[in-house]
Write a protein that binds this ligand. Structure first.
Ligand SMILES: [Zn+2]
Ligand SMILES: [Zn+2]
Length: 263
């Protein structure tokens, strides 16, 4: 299926392997295709460790779906050595295109910070050793994340800061480290002018788009279940902010995602 105006988009971050989508996954994927979303990264590691197995399983059931494996910083306190081994094993699946999500969340602090840093460091090493890009979750931890990423400079480490919500200064630091920044439905929120300012100031060729489904549905679906089809609303918001066509945003962000993830 192709969209009427043949836009091509990639949702670089969606958790559609969960129970929220169990009843209508086929419909969700059809609706995504209908608006031009041709590829979706199904991101593991949010909630149970088994979300990773589920991500790999659905990526292997649909064309255009890919998986990533990791553990959210919220759950750093629960990751065992055995879990790392299981994820390393899963990462070898041909449909796995990144390590993550991983990172630091110093806003919620659901796991102690020292443990978050330790687990994040392990995943950085997994990305480096498997030659897969890294999908980083950053909430109020720009400085610590940048420091850990910088300690790997000179290696093959590359990746994306997903659902970026920092200021321009933080954006600059990650861009200088060679990372991409991914934007979610937050760019459509009324109170997100500071984030739109970051979008306005940074180059499109370092930008990805995502939904983070089922969370963070863009306006006018805010507060409801998010789904990959809505990534088009994110691309439209970015196009408006940057004063370019949505076709250009779709083309460049898709190229960026294809290059980063090798898809
Ligand atoms: Zn996240
Ligand atoms: Zn996520």
């Amino acid at each position: 299926m192709s969209s009427p105006d043949s836009l091509r988009l990639i949702d670089s971050h969606a958790h559609i392997q969960g129970p929220e989508f169990a009843a209508d996954l086929n419909g969700v994927i059809d609706r995504a295709h209908a608006v031009g979303v041709e590829k979706i990264l199904v991101v593991g590691g949010t909630g149970e460790l088994s979300s990773n197995d589920a991500a790999v399983a659905i990526a292997n059931s649909f064309t255009g779906l890919f998986a990533t494996v990791g553990m959210h910083p919220h759950d750093a306190k629960d990751v065992s050595e055995q879990d790392f081994e299981r994820l390393e094993h899963l990462a070898a699946d041909p449909k796995v295109v990144a390590v993550g999500e991983t990172g630091l969340d110093f806003y919620y602090d659901h796991s102690p910070r020292d443990l978050q840093m330790k687990v994040f460091t392990r995943f950085i090493h997994m990305a480096r050793d498997t030659n897969l890009p890294l999908i980083v979750h950053d909430r109020d931890a720009h400085r610590e994340i940048a420091e850990l990423l910088r300690s790997e400079s000179g290696t093959n480490l590359r990746g994306v800061i997903h659902c970026f919500t920092g200021d321009y200064q933080a954006a600059r630091i990650f861009l200088d480290l060679g990372f991409y920044l991914s934007f979610s439905g937050i760019v459509t929120f009324k109170n997100a002018e500071a984030l739109r300012e970051v979008v306005r100031g940074m180059p499109l060729d370092r930008m990805l788009v995502e939904t983070d489904s089922p969370y963070l549905a863009p306006v006018p679906h805010r507060g409801k279940r998010n789904e990959p089809a809505f990534v088009r609303l994110v691309a439209e918001a970015i196009a408006q902010v940057k004063g370019v066509g949505v076709d250009e945003v779709a083309e460049v962000t898709s190229l960026n995602a294809r290059l980063l993830f090798g898809i």
